[in-house]
Design a protein around this ligand. Structure first.
Ligand code: AMP
Ligand code: ZN
Length: 474
């Protein structure tokens, strides 16, 4: 593919042309979920974005190594150093072992990953598997960059160049979010190791040169990304909240470890939030939208994926059920248009008829992952009904390899999910519609309307004259 790949780098605050550290390769690290609760659909936006990035790098011909971590220790209820460990807190509330909690929510997260057709990364790295490496890393940076207090080992942010250059919030705003810890030299200093207070014990704790305790949250990502991808690696991703505290702290650690002013990754990319009208969706507020809820209400998970792709990853995206419904209708149209191609020969070349469209698709996706424009090019390719089916299939397959909507294997019936609270079985709806057709044929419109109202009362909307031929929806 010919267009240069341009990606917005939060560090330089401009689009950089992607130039791999290792020729022909792309190494990407994405901050993963903290597994103390179910992921909400806002969290999953971060992984749909990272997935599109990975798929784009593959499309551009790079050999991709993608690592996503699982944070099962250390993330406090506040991104800085205040509060309790989120997992310890969840364990206490549910009276379950912290390890059971982590396992349960990791599996729930993986189920969402599969449902959203997010490709498996080369590696899921689990934070608690890396504690010895974290201690090792901390020992290397401690002499020049850290100091010990009663509560733990702290990183002195004044020992590295340009601390916080990545963050957009003004320093004082950032600092006001950080609860003071007695004895910290700078407000932004953060824990590398958190000692277990005397007389207490935690379910997750390890011995270290600074006493028994647990690693600070920021440490794991520096250690796992450096270990698995090598410094410097190509791209580090996360949600924009990470741009303010977590990633500046990772960068400070990387600088200390590498004895360098460089950040450890060439490009830092951040997806914007999925918001609700009432504000940012968040896990800790206790009430949030899970992918399963969308399913239960009859929305296929890939409709949510499409909703994400319709917006640019750097723009805020407001969630609404109407918007999700519109995305589902669009997905139905796309699968319907792609359906005849399923039987076309596989493995053909897209050929000259599709070259201009593929070039435009490439240009869109190479323009900082402009999926919204790429989708309109897909629409055009699906509309070229006269072209050779095998060539069309190949072109659609190439585009969908980036978008990941499963257009060539989803069936329109797959997209019609029965909400768990639906009162009528599919056959009952069919039977009522049949009665209604007879009534209309007999020009008994009162009876026909009565049947429509009866169905509406049970949550089924009759769709007269739907261009896609859907008789009803829930
Ligand atoms: P967490 O499990 O809280 O560590 O978050 C997992 C990922 O989701 C991180 O990359 C966050 O930055 C991201 N994230 C959190 N809330 C949202 C949201 N409302 N919209 C998009 N991304 C989010
Ligand atoms: Zn991280």
């Amino acid at each position: 593919m010919t267009a240069p790949l341009r990606l917005f780098n939060s560090l330089t605050r401009e689009q950089d042309v992607f130039a791999p550290v290792h020729s022909g390769e792309a190494r990407v690290y994405s901050c993963g979920p903290t597994v103390y609760n179910y992921p909400h659909i806002g969290n999953m936006r971060a992984y749909v974005f990272a997935d599109v990035l990975g798929r784009t790098l593959s499309f551009k011909g790079y050999r991709l190594t993608h690592v996503i971590n699982i944070t099962d220790v250390g993330h406090l209820t506040d991104d800085a150093d205040a509060g309790e460990d989120k997992l310890e807190k969840a364990a206490a509330a549910g009276a379950k072992s912290i390890w059971d909690i982590a396992k349960h929510f990791t599996e729930a997260y993986w189920a969402d990953v599969r449902a959203l057709n997010i490709r498996q990364p080369a590696r899921w790295s689990i934070a608690t598997d890396y504690v010895p490496q974290m201690i090792d890393f901390a020992q290397k940076i401690a002499p020049d960059h850290c100091y010990e207090l009663d509560s733990g080992l702290y990183f002195d942010v004044s020992t590295v160049a340009h601390y916080g250059a990545l963050a957009r919030a003004k320093t004082d705003e950032g600092e006001s979010r950080i609860a003071p810890v007695d004895g910290k030299r700078n407000a932004a200093d953060f824990a590398i190791w958190r000692k277990t207070p005397p007389g207490e014990s935690r379910q997750m704790e390890w011995d270290s040169p600074w006493g028994r305790g647990a690693p600070g949250w920021h440490l794991e990502c520096s250690v796992m990304s450096g270990d698995l991808l090598g410094f410097p690696f190509d791209i580090h991703t996360g949600g924009i909240d990470h741009r303010e505290i977590h990633h500046p702290n990772e960068i400070a650690q990387n600088q200390a470890f590498c004895h360098s002013d460089a950040s450890g990754a060439k490009i830092w990319m951040h997806n914007n939030f999925l918001v609700e009208r009432s504000g940012k969706m968040s896990k800790s507020s206790g009430e949030f939208l899970r992918l399963q809820l969308l399913n239960d209400r009859g929305y296929h998970p890939l409709a949510y994926r499409l909703l994400c792709l319709q917006a640019h990853y750097r723009s805020e995206l407001e969630f609404s059920w109407e918007g999700l419904g519109a995305a589902l209708v669009r997905l139905k149209r796309l699968t319907l248009a792609a359906a005849p191609l399923r039987d076309a020969a596989e493995g053909a070349e897209p050929g000259p008829a599709f070259a201009p469209l593929l070039a435009r698709f490439d240009a869109a996706i190479s323009d900082d992952l402009n999926t919204a424009v790429a989708l309109t090019v897909l629409d055009e390719a699906l509309a070229l009904k006269k072209a050779d089916p095998a060539a069309r299939r190949a072109a659609i397959a190439a585009m969908d390899a980036v978008l990941g909507l499963r257009l060539l294997d989803l069936d329109r019936a797959d997209l019609r999910l029965r909400p768990t609270n639906a009162e009528l079985a599919e056959s009952q709806v069919g039977e009522a519609l049949e009665r209604r057709r007879s009534a209309r044929a007999a020009r008994d419109f009162a009876a026909s309307d009565a049947i429509r109202d009866e169905l509406a009362a049970k949550g089924v909307e009759v769709m007269d004259g739907d261009p896609l031929g859907w008789d009803w929806k829930l």
